[in-house]
Write a protein of this length. Sequence first.
Length: 79
Amino acid sequence: MFRRREAVPFAFVAEADRFRSNITPPPRERATAAQLAARSLVGLTVLAGLAGSLILGLPALAPAEAPSHTQQTEAAHGP
């Protein structure tokens, strides 16, 4: 009914940790002037958007000015 499973050898995992390659990866390609300009433009656009939202949002977060005087009705004074 139940079959006995074979043990899985894990020696290959230990060998993989000790293996080091002698092949070096190719050097990274340098970004062109157009790519650098595009990245800078995207960064400046994001920063300008954050600054603009902060400038436009701060007045909305400021507490409203309290009125200088309040109007009271005759009912508020009592008879």
